[in-house]
Design a protein around this ligand. Structure first.
Ligand code: NAD
Length: 299
């Protein structure tokens, strides 16, 4: 099949590599030319660079997948002057947006695609860069039953759990709720690891206790913020790669904004927003979000 892929960052690149592995032909676009070049080289003739989203859409691939940082990027890529919905479109193309964005924006873009007679689902992911590489992501899909049935086989090439969350935008709702919790658990694990080590515990022994006790969570057992505890986690490589503080701040803000719209109290999310804003303001926006532990470490 022909698949367009727009956004080849921390997540988009390994997802594209899994589609190549499954034998598909890729049409690639990213404003970062070196990211595109890496996948073109890996594709050995199976992948080509295309200048704009509009040109990709005009080439009428079966699917177009977007994996972009946030709502404004998705609006630009779909609705901008050189956007996917601006060219001559084939009704056979199916859009899948895997970015984490505002559910309202997701529904708006889906409506615009619908006006052009095209199908679209929101399918944000969970699992991090490790799961993107291993093809074990969780996809949270918003769309009709028929749309879900159509995208499931493609998403299975990149993920292990493909979940239908309800109508358009509900994939984003699930994702925002999950990441609000992740933001909070990472801060909690950071505090616990700092407290325990300050009081004399070995960090690996402490993490082992937490991970076989009631404090266990993904932030403690898979993505521990303390350097050296999980050798494959960003904490063990100076917080490079992974999921940036900037993107986590965006997700917590999506959660607090969505909460306001329905008068739902989310006090810990509000506190987490202040914490991630603080680390972002310190110039550490590009580091993985587990670097939030730096706010609690004593020199
Ligand atoms: P990233 O910043 O590493 O990658 C985004 C890519 O989009 C970059 O290569 C950038 O150049 C490209 N891009 C931006 N604007 C563009 C445009 N107008 N046209 C074409 N390309 C454009 O981000 P990421 O970490 O890959 O995250 C992508 C999305 O997935 C985000 O919404 C994030 O919240 C979500 N997410 C990330 C992780 C993670 O662990 N990194 C996990 C789950 C979900």
């Amino acid at each position: 099949m022909n698949i367009g892929m727009i956004g080849l960052g921390q997540m988009g690149e390994p997802m594209a590599l899994n589609l190549l592995k499954a034998g598909h032909q890729l049409l690639l676009c990213d404003i970062n030319a070196s990211a595109v070049e890496r996948v073109v080289v890996a594709g050995q003739g199976q992948a080509q660079a295309i200048a704009t989203p509009k040109e990709i859409a005009e080439m009428a691939p079966n699917y177009i997948i977007s994996m972009l940082p946030s709502s404004p990027h998705v609006q630009e890529v779909y609705l901008g002057e050189q956007g996917l919905l601006m060219g001559k479109l084939s009704k056979a193309t199916f859009f899948i947006d895997c970015s984490t964005i505002d559910p309202k924006v997701s529904r708006l873009v889906r409506e615009a695609a619908g006006h052009s007679g095209l199908a679209m689902v929101d399918a944000p992911v969970s699992g991090g860069t490790g799961a993107a590489k291993d093809g074990t992501l969780t996809f949270m899909v918003g769309g009709t039953d028929a749309e879900f049935a159509q995208v499931k086989p493609i998403l299975e090439l990149m993920g292990k759990n493909i979940v239908h969350c309800g109508p358009s935008g509900n994939g984003q709702v699930a994702k925002v709720a999950n990441n609000m919790l992740l933001a909070v658990t990472m801060i909690g694990v950071s505090e616990a690891m700092c407290l325990g080590t300050q009081l004399g515990m070995d960090p690996t022994v402490l993490a082992g206790i937490i991970n076989t006790s009631s404090g266990r969570c993904w932030s403690s057992d898979t993505y521990n913020p303390y350097p050296g505890v999980n050798p494959n986690a960003p904490a063990s490589r100076d917080y490079q790669g992974g999921f940036s503080n900037q993107l986590m701040l965006k997700d917590v803000m999506l959660a607090t904004e969505a909460a306001k719209a329905v008068n739902q109290p989310t006090p810990l999310a509000s506190l987490a927003q202040v914490v991630y804003q603080t680390i972002y303001n310190q110039g550490l926006g590009d580091l993985d979000f587990s670097s939030v532990i730096k706010l609690f470490q004593k020199n």
